[in-house]
Design a protein around this ligand. Structure first.
Ligand SMILES: [Zn+2]
Length: 499
C-alpha cells in the first residue's frame, strides 16, 4: 500500500530512535510568516500525527529563534523604519514592537505564527529560545565550544567551504552598553570568562566601541548559528528534524550540524529530512521581496484545510507551486472534496487516491461542507444565503463557506464562468422549444444530455446552442455547467421565467 511521507518517516523514527520521540523545528521571527514557515509547522505536525496514530508518545517543539540579530526592517513594517532603525543589530527579542501589540519586535511575528498555528490546528510546544539561553540551558555547550574553539572552527570551515575571520568565536556576546549582538567579537577567553569588543561594522549597523568582560554564566551571549542548530538538538533530545533544501546543499548548515554532532560532540545524529521549495506561480517565493500573495491574504479566499491539503499532498522533496488562479483553486477545492470520500484503508485504492485520502486526513478531522461549487452557484443565482442553505440542504456547510465566497465576489476572484447574474429573457425559437421539452424532475446530467440531443435532432452545433441558451438566461455566451445551472434554478421556475 502506498504510504505518505509522514508515515515513512514515522516508521523510521520507531526503528531508529527511542520513545518518547521528539520532533523539533523552528523559525527566525524576523518577518511575516510565509508559506515556507507554514510548511515548517505543518510537516512536523504531520509526522507527530503519524506517530500518534501508531500509539507512540511524541513531543513537538516549535523553536522561535528570537535571540537572533535584527538585521533589516521587513516590508510590512516599513512605515516604522524611523523607530526601528536605531535597534538594528540587537536581538529580535530586545527590539520594541512599534505597533505596541506584542512584547517585542520578535514576539510580534511569533504571535502571528501562534495565530496561524491556531487557525491551521497545529499543536506544538512553542519555545522562545532567548529564555533557554537566560536559564543557562546552553551554557554547558557554550563552554565546551569555547574550550574546543579551534576544532569547532575547523569543522565549520570544512563543511561550509568558507574561511572564517581570524577573530571567529563560537559565541556572540550581547554588548552591555548598546545591546547589540551583531557587532561584537570575542577578543579573548579563558575558561568561563571572555572579553569582547563591540566594534564590528555589519553594513546595516556599527558597533558602539565598547570593550567588556563577561562570563558564560551571565547568559548574555548566543551561540553562532552553525553551532546553535546542533546544540538545540542536544538540548531538546531531537529524534527527527527537517530543513529546507537550502540547508541541505553542499556547504549548507546541515553538513555542519551533522559533523559537529558526530565528530565534535560525539553524539548520535537525529533523523534529518529535507523538503522542497515553495514556488509562487512557478517562481521561487521570496519573503524579503514580498512576492506573491501572503498566507493571510490567501486564507481569506481559501479554507485552511484546503491550504493544508495543498501543502501536504505532494511528495516531501517536491516543490510546491502556489498559484492563486481562481480556476485552479476551484479544481483544488473539488479535489479536496473528492479526497474526503476516499477510503484510505481500502487495499484496492489506487496510489493516487490513497495519497489524496491521507493528505485529507492530515488536513482535517471532518468534512465541513458538501459542495463549494454548489454554494457558489446557488449564491450567484439567488444572492440570498438563507435560500442557498435551503437549496443545498447544507446549512452548516454554507455558513462555513459564506465568508470565503463573499470574498471571492468582493475581490472579483470569481472564475469567469461563475461570474454571472441570472437575468432570464423571454425565450424564442429553438431555446423556447428546448425549455418546453424539459420535464420537471430532470437532474443536471439529464438536462446536459437533453441539450445535446436537442441540438443533434435540430441539426445545430451543440456549442452554438449552448451559447444561445446561456445568452437567454444570463446574458453571456458562457457560464457554469449548463445542466447544473438549470437544475439549480429548477425547471419549473425556468419555465415560469422564460416561457
Ligand atoms: Zn555596543
Amino acid at each position: 500500500m502506498h504510504q505518505h511521507w509522514s508515515e515513512n518517516l514515522a516508521d523510521r523514527v520507531i526503528v531508529e530512535k527511542k520513545e518518547p520521540y521528539v520532533i523539533s523545528g523552528g523559525m527566525t521571527t524576523s518577518g511575516p510568516v510565509h508559506f515556507g514557515t507554514l510548511c515548517e509547522m505543518l510537516f512536523p505536525a504531520a509526522i507527530k500525527k503519524a506517530l500518534e496514530k501508531k500509539g507512540k508518545k511524541v513531543r513537538y517543539y516549535f523553536i522561535a529563534d528570537i535571540f537572533d540579530a535584527f538585521d533589516s526592517v521587513p516590508k510590512s513594517m516599513e512605515e516604522y523604519t524611523k523607530e526601528l532603525a536605531p535597534h538594528l543589530g540587537k536581538p529580535l527579542c530586545d527590539v520594541p514592537d512599534p505597533t505596541g501589540k506584542s512584547r517585542s519586535f520578535g514576539d510580534h511575528y511569533l504571535d502571528e505564527a501562534r495565530e496561524l498555528m491556531k487557525k491551521f490546528g497545529i499543536e506544538a510546544e512553542i519555545v522562545r529560545i532567548n529564555e533557554y539561553y537566560r536559564q543557562g540551558r546552553f551554557d554547558e555547550l557554550a563552554r565546551f565550544y569555547l574550550e574546543h574553539s579551534d576544532e569547532a572552527r575547523k569543522i565549520v570551515e570544512e563543511t561550509s567551504g568558507k574561511t572564517e575571520k581570524k577573530d571567529w568565536s563560537p559565541i556572540m556576546p550581547v554588548c552591555e552598553k548598546c545591546g547589540r549582538i551583531a557587532t561584537t567579537r570575542v577578543t579573548a577567553h579563558e575558561g568561563e570568562s571572555y572579553e569582547y569588543a563591540c566594534d564590528r561594522d555589519v553594513k546595516y549597523t556599527k558597533g558602539c566601541g565598547f570593550r567588556g568582560k563577561n562570563r558564560i554564566s551571565d547568559h548574555r551571549y548566543k551561540i553562532v548559528w552553525r553551532l546553535h542548530w546542533p546544540s538545540w538538538k542536544q538540548i531538546f533530545g531531537t529524534s527527527i528534524e527537517g530543513a529546507g533544501m537550502d540547508h541541505h546543499t553542499k556547504g549548507g548548515s546541515e553538513d555542519t550540524c551533522k559533523a559537529i554532532t558526530k565528530n565534535l560532540l560525539g553524539k548520535e545524529y537525529h533523523i534529518p529530512y529535507k523538503y522542497g521549495f515553495i514556488l509562487f506561480k512557478g517562481k521561487k517565493y521570496s519573503k524579503s521581496k514580498g512576492t506573491g500573495m501572503g498566507i493571510s491574504e490567501i486564507s481569506t479566499l481559501l479554507m485552511p484545510e484546503v491550504i493544508k491539503y495543498m501543502l501536504l499532498k505532494p511528495d516531501l522533496e517536491e516543490n510546491v507551486d502556489i498559484d492563486p488562479d481562481s480556476d485552479k483553486i476551484l479544481r483544488k477545492i473539488e479535489e479536496f472534496e473528492y479526497a474526503s470520500t476516499v477510503d484510505m484503508n481500502d487495499p484496492e485504492a489506487s496510489r493516487s487516491d490513497r495519497k489524496k485520502g491521507i493528505a485529507f486526513a492530515l488536513s482535517t478531522d471532518k468534512m465541513k461542507w458538501k459542495s463549494f461549487l454548489d454554494a457558489l452557484l446557488y449564491f450567484q443565482i439567488y444572492r440570498d444565503w438563507e435560500k442557498v442553505k435551503e437549496m443545498t440542504g447544507d446549512p452548516d456547510g454554507v455558513e462555513y463557506l459564506k465568508s470565503y465566497i463573499e470574498e471571492w465576489i468582493d475581490r472579483k476572484f470569481m472564475p469567469d464562468d461563475y461570474n454571472f447574474t441570472y437575468a432570464p429573457k423571454k425565450a424564442s425559437g429553438n431555446v423556447r422549444k428546448f425549455i418546453e421539452s424539459l420535464e420537471s424532475g430532470m437532474d443536471a446530467l439529464a438536462v446536459h444530455n437533453a441539450v445535446f440531443e436537442f441540438a443533434n435532432a435540430s441539426a445545430i452545433q451543440p456549442k452554438d446552442f449552448f451559447a444561445e441558451i446561456y445568452d437567454a438566461m444570463i446574458g453571456k455566451k458562457k457560464g457554469p455547467r449548463l445542466g447544473k445551472l438549470i437544475a439549480a434554478i429548477g425547471i419549473e421556475k425556468l419555465k415560469k421565467d422564460m416561457l
